[in-house]
Design a protein around this ligand. Sequence first.
Ligand code: TYD
Length: 203
Amino acid sequence: MTGSSGSFIVVEGIDGCGKSTQAELLANGLGALLTREPGGSPLGIEIRRLLLATKHGEVSDRAEALLMAADRAQHVVDVIRPTLLEGRSVVGDRYIGSSVAYQGYGRRLDVDKVRDISEWATDGLVADLVLLVDVPVATAVRRRSAAPDRIEAAGEAMQHRVREGFLAEAAANAHQWVVIDGDHPVADVAQSVNESVRERLGL
Ligand code: TYD
């Protein structure tokens, strides 16, 4: 977004990479609103519950992609766009990149189609900066503590595809994405995040 609006910064990465910790530190440092997907709006909280529960049995890959997009559409309208228009910055824990990586690369749906659906869902709202907190899958698996949700339970091969997807997106969109090496202590990763935000956005 431009003009007097706030900046929209997104933090992405595989499950267990440490992105939620980094997103929180960054938002606190900037005085930005911290929000997340799925589940960043009242409707989204319900959609998140449906998406991550293990009790509904098989959820088709296309249904999963559309529910993620529906969550994102409502999140933009309820939370992200109004906050940016007030002049406040927003730090998003996941955004379009997660759908491209998980539903596109991970579930092997058509990557361009998945991206198109999200771009339509968000009415074209793009992030000013995307920070990819990258760690090897083995590191991420070691760090996870809670019982796996339905998507984490899809297994390590899927997480490898998701990581490759994120790295491919970052390489193809270097003007917008920065890859942060997340395989370091929290404070060191936070410093890399802050440096990138300063360099790219002057914040
Ligand atoms: P997240 O809230 O980051 O995980 P947690 O807080 O449980 O660590 O994301 C929940 C899951 O949803 C995660 O496995 C990634 C997945 N996801 C997608 O598959 N596609 C998407 O577009 C988004 C936003 C998340």
